[in-house]
Ligand binder design. Structure first.
Ligand code: NAP
Length: 435
């Protein structure tokens, strides 16, 4: 019975779910030995660096990842970067199949004047900053003004808006990185406005994320009731058959009807405004929007321009893949056909389909790709030497090294009522994860 050696690059949800699908496909005909490569000293991808700290339930999926990692034929190679420490050619040569699960970590650009001003940043920098990603600890997030604008009407914009608008005391018992929590406690921001360029009927938020907004104890959430009613009228004919749209508009309507709690902290959601220019002398001072209108489900600009004073602009308008040496990219993704790239190379997750879907989406997506991969496997497995000898002079964080980091973080969190206190420096992570 052949044991196929499979390399997965990227220890986020798509990588782990691919490993799980492989493990679940083992039978009397074949088994799999899985090596999971990760650039960071820590695994879990967006579950560690993306999911908002005030959403701890979403992070419980990490238990599934750790169960996958218990298998004796599973190995973690943390602190190994594709293209720097190992090449795609080496992987393709040494493994029966290689799966790219590298996600999309580069924030899309607005492409408007003023975007490069200090105080204008991408969610791709802000989110890993508050989540303690070691490469983002020093991102400058000016929180000394009163007004912040978040561009985009998706769940990442919602996370960013909530993190800026909530009372930081609500984060004290979360795994928000220490540096970010301290900065948020000092923050002067009181008015946060999330801005969508199309109507409420086009928003990419999901309804649970909208419905939880009134739970923010010390923040008033402001959505224009007439704007939601107008959207409902525009899509009245579609509401019965489009459940998600109906749920979203109902959720937005409910929030728009909630009574003001007279909190100083405000989180507003505005629609039909396209950002056209960020204004400021060296740093952000205001942002200009063109007002839009919807006609027959299409969005048109009006001649009206509005200006909102602000000191921080966060654009949460989607992501694209970071180029990988030797891999062809197009439209922000790895060029692929249903996950097949070429030869014995496959791609899963956001790198495959673009930045869409929740964590669970990666489970079905990875399963489909693994089915195809298994169908394409040759009858005999490759006979190759163990890849780990490549790393004799390079520190690899193995599963047991990661367990040490994990244990240390959890132990640090316990006395202060947090699920963990994240270690955020490369040096400390590498030292903690030593064998
Ligand atoms: P998204 O859901 O695709 O939303 C992107 C938003 O950016 C859209 O509203 C889009 O508007 C807007 N946008 C794009 N280009 C723009 C521009 N040039 N100017 C102004 N607005 C622009 O992406 P995301 O928020 O990054 O989320 C990625 C995925 O992760 C989603 O599937 C999301 O549900 C998921 N996620 C889930 C959770 C959760 O479950 N709690 C949390 C975070 C993320 P248009 O529609 O007009 O293009």
């Amino acid at each position: 019975m052949p044991t196929y050696r499979i390399a997965i690059v990227g220890a986020g949800p798509a990588g782990y779910f691919s490993a799980q699908a492989l493990q679940n496909s083992q039978d009397e005909e074949r088994t799999f030995a899985i090596d999971l490569f990760e650039r960071l000293p820590t695994p879990w991808g967006l579950v560690r660096s993306g999911v908002a700290p005030d959403h701890p339930k979403i992070k419980t999926v990490a238990k599934v990842f750790e169960k996958i990692a218990v298998d004796p034929y599973f190995r973690l190679f943390g602190n190994v970067e594709l293209g720097r420490d190992i090449s795609i050619e080496q992987l393709k040569e040494n493994y029966d199949a290689v799966i790219l699960a590298t996600g999309s970590s580069v924030g899309r650009k607005l492409g408007i004047p003023g975007e490069e001003l200090a105080g204008s940043l991408s969610a791709a920098d802000f989110v890993p900053w508050y989540n303690g990603h070691p490469d983002y600890v020093n991102v400058a997030v000016p929180l000394n003004g009163k007004n912040a604008i978040v561009i985009g009407a998706g769940n990442v914009a919602m996370d960013c808006g909530r993190m800026l608008a909530l009372d930081p005391a609500e984060l004290d018992t979360t795994d928000t990185a220490d540096h970010a929590l301290a900065a948020l406690h000092q923050s002067s921001i009181r008015n946060v406005t999330i801005v969508g360029r199309r109507g409420p009927e086009h928003a990419a938020f999901t309804s649970p994320e909208i419905r939880e907004l009134p739970n923010l104890e010390n923040t008033d959430v402001i959505i224009s009731n007439s704007e939601i009613e107008a959207a409902k009228i525009r899509v009245a004919g579609e509401l019965e058959e489009k459940k998600e749209l109906r749920n979203n508009l109902e959720a937005l309507l409910e929030v728009s009807q909630s009574e003001s709690k007279n909190n100083e902290r405000k989180l507003a959601i505005n629609f039909l405004l396209t950002p056209v220019e960020i204004i400021g002398n060296e740093k952000v001072e205001a942002i200009r929007f063109a007002r839009n209108k919807v006609i027959n489900d299409r969005v048109f600009a009006t001649t009206e321009i509005i200006e909102m004073p602000c000191n921080l602009v966060i654009s949460a308008i989607g992501y694209q893949v970071l180029p990988i040496p030797g891999i062809e990219m197009a439209n922000g993704k790895v060029v692929n056909e249903n996950g097949f790239v070429s030869d014995n190379l496959y791609v899963v997750g956001w790198a495959k389909r673009g930045p869409s879907g929740v964590i669970g989406t990666n489970k079905s997506d990875s399963s489909e790709v693994i089915k195809m991969l298994i169908d394409k496997l040759p009858i005999a497995a490759k006979e190759n030497s163990d890849i780990s000898k490549i790393f004799t002079n390079h520190q690899v964080i193995t599963q047991s090294g990661w367990r040490k980091i994990n244990k240390a973080e959890v132990e640090q969190g316990e006395p202060v009522g947090k699920p963990r206190r994240k270690v955020t420096s490369w040096k400390d992570l590498l030292s903690l994860g030593q064998e």
